[in-house]
Design a protein. Structure first.
Length: 485
């Protein structure tokens, strides 16, 4: 395992850590990582990045060079720097399984450690989880938009932000893509690699026909021909048909790719030309700044598309550049007892949920997800009882989940690391992708609509709701008393 520099953090994490050290203020603490709103105005996210995060947490180190750099800043004392020299993450990590659907406000990761330890890893957690969850969710939306009409190939490396292209390839695969153009990601993660040809290949030959023929001679089983270099419905498709018929006589088949123009019109015309020529088994691949909305429109138009090459809008998040994941203190040690705490905001939506928590997902008799309930970790949620679900932002809004309405209850936060060490096997990327698809299938299609999805219910238990209300009242009362004193 490669070492992860512990300098991969925001500088204020280190200055706070130093302050805790100097003040001997390093009590036990619990932090939650969650996000506030679904990206892309969608109905869910695909929680992604956990396995990468665990590897990074296990391998976090301050190297000798790191210590020398910090020393050169003339901010930290030698005693603190010596502490950092032997630092290892030593917390316990509870988290959702990677790849499963998640929703706003749910603690996706819970860190139990001491203040210094838990503070330092904040940036690493958010950097890893926010990006990969965003991209996996985008890939999932695009996959759903195809309605099973063709596989998506992730072609985004050249459009990605630097090394983010590798994480994007991994996250995209979890979200449902079938292959990547990123050769390094193929090696590192075991993702199937794929590619066709560039316009420059065709331009380097005297004709499209010659370029296509040379290509299929070299790659007879991967003859995807790019036909829009000069004239898609003219010389491009004419040359592809001629070479395609030659390949058919050899027992091989071709495909064509279109990277520009009106994809609905062009694919229909090209499908007709290929079929008329006797190349009914030839495939059609499209690319060119494709979004999930474009996919949905093309599918609705009946465009005969067999595969999709998608780059920019997949690996960058398109119109949304980040997930608004945050990391907040939810409990701290006081006189030897863990006490719940919360951040109070003038905006109720930004007031956090206090205490050490668990999340339960309720399913009906057919295995369909009904709702999620955020509880305190010491609550007993048992099958066979009527359970009240309270709105997370409105204390007067609630509903009762009748005992005959649900069949099973699944806790979503499970222990992944203990004392800084992984305690569960690391699943393969293919296993995570399979699990993700299966878990998403448990949700009604209304929650997965590309536009205007139904809102999945995320609620608080009565005990958590009462605790939150009590702490808000105490905080506001204290503020009022201090203001009037």
């Amino acid at each position: 395992m490669n070492e992860t520099s512990a300098l991969l953090t925001d500088f204020y994490e280190l200055t706070m850590m130093n302050g805790y050290y100097l003040e001997n203020h390093d009590s036990k603490a619990v932090f939650d990582m969650f996000y506030r709103t679904n990206p892309f105005q969608g109905g869910y996210t695909i929680f992604t990045g956990l396995e990468e995060l665990i590897d990074k947490l296990e391998s976090m180190r301050f190297s000798a060079d790191d210590i020398e750099y910090l020393k050169s800043l003339n901010i930290f004392g030698n005693e603190f720097l010596e502490y950092l020299r032997s630092y290892r993450f030593h917390g316990d990590v509870y988290a959702f399984d990677e790849g499963i659907p998640a929703f706003p406000g749910e603690p996706l990761i819970r860190i139990e450690s001491d203040l210094m330890d838990a503070q330092l890893v904040e940036t690493l957690i958010l950097n890893t989880i926010n990006f990969e969850t965003l991209i996996a969710t985008k890939a999932s939306r695009m996959t759903l938009a195809t309605k099973g009409h063709g596989n998506i190939m992730e072609f985004g490396l050249r459009r990605a932000q630097g090394d983010g292209g590798h994480a994007a390839a991994r996250a995209s695969f979890i979200g449902g893509t079938k292959s990547t153009s990123n050769t390094y990601a193929g090696k590192k993660y075991g993702i199937p690699v794929a590619g066709t040809m560039a316009h420059s290949w065709i331009m380097s030959y005297s004709s499209e026909e010659e370029a296509f023929r040379k290509f299929v001679e070299i790659y007879p089983d991967n003859g995807i021909l790019l036909i829009d270099t000069y004239d898609t419905l003219g010389s491009g498709i004419d040359a592809a048909i001629k070479v395609g018929l030659e390949q058919k006589a050899k027992g091989k088949r071709i495909g064509v790719r279109i990277d520009s123009g009106d994809l609905s019109y062009l694919t229909k015309e090209i499908r007709a030309r290929l079929d008329d020529a006797g190349l009914e088994d030839a495939t059609i691949c499209v690319s060119n700044d494709i979004t999930e909305e474009i996919i949905r429109s093309l599918i609705s138009d009946g465009a005969p598309i067999d595969s999709w090459g998608i780059g920019t809008h997949l690996v960058t998040g398109g119109a949304q550049s980040s997930l608004n994941g945050v990391y907040k203190l939810s409990a701290k040690e006081q006189d030897g007892t863990m006490m719940p705490c919360l951040k109070v905001s003038n905006s109720y939506e930004k007031t956090t949920n206090p205490g050490i928590k668990q999340v339960y997902r309720f399913f009906d008799t057919s295995g369909s997800a009904l709702a999620d309930l955020i509880t305190l970790s010491d609550e007993k949620i048992e099958k066979g009882e009527n359970i009240t679900f309270y709105h997370p932002f409105s204390t007067a809004d609630f509903f009762v989940m009748k005992k005959n309405r649900y069949q099973t209850i699944t806790p979503l936060l499970t222990k992944k690391m203990e004392n800084g060490k992984r305690i569960v096997p690391s699943p393969s990327l293919q296993e995570i992708q399979k699990t993700s698809a299966e878990k998403l299938a448990a949700f009604d299609k209304s929650y997965k609509r590309i536009i205007n999805p139904h809102i999945y219910k995320i609620s608080l238990s009565e005990k958590l709701k009462n605790l939150k209300t009590e702490l808000i009242v105490k905080t506001r009362t204290k503020e009022s008393e201090e203001k009037n004193s």
